[in-house]
Design a protein around this ligand. Structure first.
Ligand code: FEO
Ligand code: CA
Ligand code: CA
Ligand code: CA
Length: 747
């Protein structure tokens, strides 16, 4: 590493967050930011970077060596041009695509991945245990692993592959025979089968798929040995610094090295060594704590509240979402399958006699080998424990560390990166999951501080290491009066309490970081910040203040935070932020392991007639609540939404031409050619999850939790269906078989 590690001493010597900025300053700042594009309008692509440098008064942080990502953008290359016509917003119960495009359903909730099972009835009548071999619900992040004719992973293979798909959550009212779950006379859940189905409808699917050369359509290979469901019960291993710590010991795993299942698998990632990464987001919803049930004003009880409260992760629903733990002790219960969701410390017992720590076994990045269906997934604790939205690798370069970018999707939470201790060597021999041990179990977790050194458009930021030797963490952990006393003494404890550590070092609270994406052309990193209903109500509504029942700790933390300002900041300038924005970063020297970066805002979500339409959006590209984000191989950036859209229309997907940090992003002067709507989803769905075959002829998109009747039959654009709605993966093709999004730069 060429730079001296930056501690909190230099960036934020008092451990405080960013300075407060007045609304007037912020308005002026936004005006300056977006007007830069107007200044640049008319500049050629070749001249853009130089002109941006002039306007910015020099490109902060670019003096360093050119790192492994190389120079920002191929010089002289023309930006990609869209090859489709804009799709209008609408409220149809179907998938709307540009003319000349079609979509088919590949894999919908309940579909079997074994020839032993019948097709799904869509009546909710199949036994719950069948979901060990049926599609889970709420399809989310996914990745296509191409296979060549020898059955080897091949990044250029487009006709055959393994599609790994996350199943984030369930729609309970559509999965059982009745819309209401079964309950006894006291209102307590009493169907073991229903709970077993719900647990198994979570997790991940890995399915082999093949493309018919004649029709261009993909189908699932039902008898493939690679087909696999990973559920809330699948045996998993815990790896990295927190593995084996007292925080992770349970009755099931007295050594804290093993666990069961993965939950709330939102977005995803992949590794350079051919494995899939699935991320555990809102896992804290699933657990029951008797002490909070007795008093619903308590969200985290005092006894364990201190650590969980400070981590911002306690039990968030008093009885546990879906009430799985209420079947604990049922005559048919096997291996504590329900009891493990009750995290109440049992009187007279220790952590290895009950499941008080079961919740600590979730909130991780989980590595899966798509070619080894028997191998237990490995939870990578070195990448921290928080509401992991997803994990995105920087381009791996021999001789440099492996770097992953991550977001914590909650109000006022943070953006992180992990930098491996080992340097990368392509083609490592041995099992891919053991390669994962080498690069993902030892390294440094950093959290992002977004600064604005002045209000003249010079935006910089710093990556702050979360290690026991960080002076800010040492001070907080060593001070007996601090609410964080003793919390940051070891790497394991910092990783279990990632959120608390990030707050202490003064990381920038963000407007709900969702997906990230790394531009393959220049290494710049994009993140969606989906929305934030209240940046100022942090103390009342924020994660650190969720321990209403633990007044002592709350007061301590409130006092600790007294000198902080949690209003708007340059990187999150709208409060409330109704429609979200996309922020982007360029690492100093284009080195993913750098300790500092430049940043700007790429686009602000808004209705065309919104009162903060800073990017000049029109009917062709207005949007709200950006969430999914992905670069294709041609360099187009795809943006998916999850939330209210302008005019009460349905969620959507757009394509964008990225440009680069400092060019002013999207605004009225360019958005007809740089941001265009490609797809509108069916009723009340979320459009999330996207990948393409390397030849860009087949695009995979997930339609999550539709609530009308979509889909029915095999035509994803079908309207007028009558059955129960199902989450599904669709495959989009061009009717002429051409590449999707843009014709050029295909390589
Ligand atoms: Fe599961 Fe943050 O979206
Ligand atoms: Ca969702
Ligand atoms: Ca999401
Ligand atoms: Ca979302």
């Amino acid at each position: 590493m060429s730079e001296k590690p930056l501690s909190t001493q230099s960036a934020h010597s008092d451990g405080s967050a960013k300075r407060a900025v007045t609304q007037e300053q912020m308005t002026a700042w936004i005006e300056q930011l977006v007007s830069r594009r107007r200044v640049l309008a008319g500049a050629t692509t070749l001249g853009l970077a130089g002109l941006a440098g002039l306007v910015l008064g020099g490109r902060e942080g670019d003096e360093g060596t050119t790192g492994p990502a190389g120079p920002a953008g191929p010089p002289g290359s023309a930006p990609p041009e869209f090859n489709f016509k804009v799709v209008s917003l609408n409220t149809h119960d179907k998938v709307t695509l540009p003319e000349g495009h079609s979509a088919h359903v590949l894999y919908a909730y309940g579909d079997p991945i074994s020839p032993e099972l019948d097709d799904y009835s869509n009546m909710g009548t199949e036994p719950g245990l069948e979901w060990d071999q049926r599609a889970g619900d709420h399809h989310d992040g996914m990745h296509f692993f191409g296979l060549n004719e020898n059955g080897e992973l091949d990044p250029n293979a487009s006709n055959r592959g393994i599609l790994c798909i996350n199943h984030e959550n369930i729609t309970q009212s559509l999965m059982h025979e009745s819309a209401e779950v079964s309950r006894d006379a006291n209102g307590v859940r009493n169907s073991v089968d229903e709970v077993r189905k719900e647990q198994r409808a979570h997790g991940v699917s890995c399915t082999e798929i093949v493309r018919d050369e004649a029709t261009g359509q993909f189908t699932v290979v039902k008898d493939s040995p690679y087909n696999r469901r990973i559920t809330a019960l699948t045996p998993v291993e815990l790896h990295g610094p927190a593995a084996g710590s007292s925080w992770l010991q349970t009755k099931h795993s007295p050594d804290g090295l093993n666990g069961r299942g993965t939950l709330n698998n939102c977005a995803h990632g992949y590794t350079p060594w051919g494995t899939y990464l699935t991320c555990e987001e809102n896992y804290d919803l699933y657990f029951r704590d008797e002490r909070t049930v007795a008093d619903e004003t308590k969200e985290v009880p005092a006894e364990i509240g201190h650590a969980n409260y400070l981590a911002g992760i306690g039990v968030r629903v008093a009885g546990g979402l879906y009430e799985w733990a209420t079947l604990a002790g049922h005559a048919d219960e096997n291996d504590d399958e329900f009891s493990r969701f009750n995290v109440t410390p049992m009187p007279g017992r220790s952590a290895t006699d009950d499941y008080r720590n079961e919740g600590n076994q979730f909130g991780y990045v989980v590595e899966i080998d798509p070619l080894e269906p028997q191998a237990a997934p490995r939870k990578r604790t070195a990448l921290g424990r928080f509401a992991h939205e997803g994990v995105w690798p920087a381009k791996a370069v021999d001789g440099h560390p492996v770097v992953f970018y991550m977001g914590d999707d909650d109000q006022m939470q943070f953006i992180y990166k992990f930098v491996s201790a080992a340097t990368y060597r392509a083609g490592s021999a041995g099992m891919p999951l053991d390669t994962g041990n080498a690069y993902m179990d030892d390294g440094t977790l950093y959290v992002a501080c977004f600064d604005a050194d002045d209000l003249t458009g010079r935006q910089t930021g710093a990556w702050i290491p979360l290690r026991p030797d960080n002076p800010g963490l040492e001070a907080a952990s060593g001070d007996a009066q601090s609410p964080f006393y003793g919390l940051f003494g070891s790497e394991a404890s910092i990783l279990i309490h990632t959120r608390a550590a990030a707050f202490v070092v003064g990381a920038t609270p963000m407007d709900r970081p969702e997906w990230g994406a790394v531009n393959p052309m220049n290494g710049e990193i994009y993140f969606t910040l989906t929305n934030n209903s209240d940046r100022r109500g942090f103390e009342a509504a924020g994660p650190l203040a969720r321990a209403a029942g633990d007044q002592g700790s709350r007061d301590e933390v409130t006092e600790f935070l007294a000198d902080r300002e949690f209003g708007e900041v340059p990187a999150n300038p709208r409060g409330p932020n109704r429609d979200g924005h996309v922020i982007r970063l360029r690492e100093n020297g284009n080195d993913p392991a750098a300790l500092g970066f430049a940043w700007d805002i790429f686009v602000f979500g808004s209705a065309a007639d919104g009162d903060s339409n800073f990017s000049g959006l029109t009917a062709d590209n207005e949007f709200g609540s950006c969430d999914g984000l992905w670069f294709d191989a041609a360099g187009l950036l795809w943006i998916q939404t999850d939330g209210s859209q302008p005019g009460g229309n349905h969620d959507q997907m757009l394509a964008a031409v990225p440009g680069e940090v400092g060019d002013g992003g999207i605004d009225a002067g360019n958005n007809d050619v740089s941001l265009r709507r490609f797809l509108v989803g069916p009723i009340r769905c979320e459009v999330t999850g996207i990948d393409m075959t390397p030849d860009r002829r087949s695009m995979f998109v997930n339609i999550q939790h539709p609530r009308g009747h979509w889909p029915e039959g095999s035509d994803a654009t079908m309207a007028g269906a009558t059955g129960r709605a199902r989450s599904a993966t669709i495959v989009i093709t061009r009717n002429d078989g051409g590449p999707i999004g843009t014709d050029g730069m295909d390589g």
